[in-house]
Write a protein that binds this ligand. Structure first.
Ligand SMILES: Cc1cc2nc3c(=O)[nH]c(=O)nc-3n(C[C@H](O)[C@H](O)[C@H](O)COP(=O)(O)OP(=O)(O)OC[C@H]3O[C@@H](n4cnc5c(N)ncnc54)[C@H](O)[C@@H]3O)c2cc1C
Length: 434
């Protein structure tokens, strides 16, 4: 590090961390170095994961390489590693990298490490439910769906065929509604490639314990989403709570059950354990921050996004854990970090919600933006346009625009990528003399 350099270290390359790095770059402050540390080399556009599950987009289209998002010309640094320890007094942190353990010094530390999927909410969940939080989860679910269809083709027992063809999604929030919608459209679109599978042997059920879907949206749009899902064949069970998951289905509160070999869980998030390990004050696992996003009781440490409990000066409530708020907190934090460096007062985070959007299937969405509500294709196009605008570099944006537009006119892709290495093949197939 050059003498006189002011180093801001950001932990986490998600919506919050990357927006902050780019906002700091845009200010072009001399002597400022931004180091982004993340345990993944890409940022994941989580809101698009359901589309990767439904094979509307390829998995590589819902991630963006962090190295494309940073400005190395201006001295930014990317370290691929997992932060395991922070010493706030010495202002150092430790991370595990591909090249071993590394210690880094910082002037200001920003925590943006998000949260994790929760798998201990009911018996059997960890073993039998499929969570959706990473691209790996999305690819796995997509492969499971394709495997199930291939299996039904060969199964002769009628009851078993229906159990294999039954996909249960738990949770009627954004991700649950999006996954159920994508799945039902995907199954309808790809069934033509599985001629021995009848339409009535495939079923998608969405379980939600409240009395309406999408509690974050207005009742009118939630109702539009419900009707759209039902019209396309999703069985929506409201006021229904799963109590256990097993190999052959879901047990419901009240004693009844559903026979289904695939259960996707979109409920519950677990705080990232680093939040508590760092000894920072937390609230339900999220780092408690002051209105200006500085960590309570810790100078030079800041937190934002899903890993932080951020009060919103607009309504006095804690900000919701959404991409929209992570992005807007990052923009405010860039201003505050630079103000702190100049010895000027920082400002509290204050943001009026701009609206909500959800893609609820192929070419189908619901949106509430700046007081206007709409659904169907216009909402879905707006949704896609927003995420396209968030992608880094014009080159990537153009490529995705072409690929997404092309994909709109064709059935979902049924390529089943298995990543089987030669060394993992059965011994007799590996070749002799080894
Ligand atoms: C399936 C799904 C659908 C969603 N749909 C919507 C939607 O429609 N609209 C919406 O607004 N929001 C949606 N969200 C929520 C939204 O994605 C999050 O609010 C947003 O991603 C939060 O951004 P973040 O940067 O705080 O965390 P993240 O995006 O989770 O990024 C955290 C980063 O930190 C890294 N990291 C974690 N621990 C460490 C460590 N110890 N060291 C180094 N790096 C670490 C992780 O690898 C990750 O890259 C959805 C989420 C999911 C899972």
């Amino acid at each position: 590090m050059e003498p006189g350099t002011h180093t801001i270290v950001i932990v986490g390359g998600g919506f919050a961390g990357t927006t902050l790095a780019r906002a700091l770059d845009a200010r072009r402050v001399p002597g400022l170095q931004v180091t982004l540390i993340s345990d993944e080399s890409t940022t994941t556009f989580h809101p698009m994961l359901p589309e990767a599950v439904g094979a509307s987009v390829f998995p590589e289209q819902v991630v963006a390489p962090l190295r494309e998002m940073l400005d190395f010309q201006r001295g930014d640094r990317f370290v691929m590693g997992r932060v395991t320890d922070v010493d706030p007094h010495a202002r150092t942190l430790r991370c595990e990298t591909l090249a071993g353990r590394r210690d880094l010094r910082y002037d200001e530390l920003v925590l943006a490490f998000g949260n994790r999927a929760r798998l201990d909410l009911m018996p059997g969940m960890a073993l039998h439910a499929l969570p959706l939080k990473t691209v790996g989860d999305a690819m796995h679910i997509r492969n499971v769906v394709l495997r199930r269809l291939a299996c039904i083709e060969l199964e002769t027992d009628a009851e078993l065929r229906r159990e294999i063809g039954h996909f249960v999604v738990i949770g009627g929030g954004f991700s649950g509604v999006e996954v159920a919608g994508e799945l039902v459209d995907c199954l309808a679109s790809i069934r033509r490639f599985y001629p021995r599978v009848a339409a009535d042997e495939l079923k998608v059920t969405l379980l939600h314990d409240l009395d309406r879907l999408l509690p974050e949206m207005s009742p009118r749009l939630a109702d539009a989403a419900l009707r759209s899902l039902q019209r396309r064949g999703v069985t929506v069970q409201l006021r229904t709570r799963a109590s256990a998951i097993h190999e052959r289905g879901v047990r419901l509160e009240g004693g009844s059950g559903l026979a289904a070999q695939t259960v996707i869980s979109t409920i519950g998030t677990r705080p990232n354990s680093l939040a508590t390990e760092l000894g920072l004050a937390t609230e339900r696992g999220r780092v408690i921050v002051e209105p200006d996003l500085s960590a309570s009781g810790h100078q030079h440490v800041w937190a934002l996004g899903d890993c932080a409990s951020v009060p919103n000066g607009f309504d006095g409530k804690a900000s919701p854990a959404t991409a929209q708020f992570a992005v807007r907190q990052a923009q405010q934090l860039a201003t505050n970090l630079l103000a702190r460096r100049r010895g000027q007062p920082t400002r509290p985070f204050k943001a009026r919600p701009r609206g909500m959007m959800a893609a609820i299937g192929r070419h189908n969405g619901v949106a509430e933006v700046f007081g206007f509500s709409f659904s169907g294709l216009p909402a879905w196009l707006l949704w896609r346009a927003y995420y396209l605008s968030q992608m880094p570099t014009l080159r990537r944006k153009l490529r995705l625009w072409v690929e997404w537009t092309w994909g709109m006119f064709f059935p979902a892709d049924i390529t089943h990528l298995r990543f089987t290495r030669s060394a993992e093949l059965p011994v007799h197939e590996r070749g002799a003399g080894v």
